[in-house]
Design a protein around this ligand. Sequence first.
Ligand SMILES: *Cc1c(COP(=O)(O)O)cnc(C)c1O
Length: 384
Amino acid sequence: MSTEYPLTAFSKMETPFYYYDMKLLRETLHTALHEASAYEGFHVHYAVKANFNPQILATVNECGIGADCVSGGEVKAAIEAGIPAEKIVFAGVGKTDREIAYSLDAGIFCFNVESVPEIEAIERLASERGTVAQIAIRVNPNVAAHTHANITTGLAENKFGINHEQLVDVIKKVQELKHLNLIGLHFHIGSQILVMDDFKELCNRVNDIQDMIEEEHGMVLPHINVGGGLGIDYDNPDDSPIPAFADYFATYAKYLKLRKGQQLHFELGRSLVGQCGSLIARVTYVKHGSCKRFVILDAGMNDLVRPAMYGATHKIENISSCKPCEIYDVVGPVCESSDVFSKNVELPQTERGDFIAIRSAGAYGEAMAFGYNCRALPKGFCFE
Ligand SMILES: *Cc1c(COP(=O)(O)O)cnc(C)c1O
């Protein structure tokens, strides 16, 4: 056990809850900014969908980091946390008229557009307001990231972005529209990527696309946004609490051919907030089955869905016990067989009431627990 948890404070708290080590968060944010600042024109933004806890957003803002949002609700959460509108970008395949109108009125920096009908919708809403929207085209680079199939986003078969074969026509179309100002290209190949070659491959694709745009349209766009995706060490959070930002930015500095004056933007989510969070639960029961011992927590898949949804693994610790270890399956109380956090975990002998920490839960933990992407929950209406 190397993370020091305030157990006395915990003993008065209702479980489950998310615990955030704000010192580690600040250190992580500062390290990312510091490593990026080694290169001219590199800018770090925070992907709000990883965690929209208001205090986390406020801390991100204190460091001067802007926001990458994927819904109108996230744009609103970012603005409410004090992040200036001119530091907010908005991506997502399904932006509604309401979300676009709200973001235009708020005066956000840029819409990362993902389809022709969306381009038409933004043009119409901007025209109604007598304003010009800044847009970047999200290009699907057809790069396979070495990560879980559910969190790769940059393949031709994925729903995200505009395929590069269609790009020339889409740029022509945008140039005809009076209320759109094309300022950049946007990419995002997936999440929890630890293989730097995947980012190198993205750089090569971006270079080809930039060459093509120069040839076809004779233009250089001022902004390139390469999204996020840098992974964290879920197995050994204490060995690498701060991700390898230096290697990550160095990869882009080495392989991406920026044009003169071009600004390079990053949208990091998981790597900024993942390691600072733990889900803290109490043990409700320890159950001895015929071939297994189960630790049954008062936290379930609805509190942290990543294991059930992606088969993700988080390090699990008993932070109350120092007894000799035994092997357990750590499960939640929800009536679903997939409500399992981890099987065959070695834990100190565990008892009812012990505190369990599920580590590396700062990203896609609390945010996915309800209203993911700051979306409103659907209401139920009863008809006869
Ligand atoms: C989710 C997302 C990110 C952040 O991804 P991480 O893997 O958490 O860094 C960045 N950009 C876009 C467009 C996203 O959808």
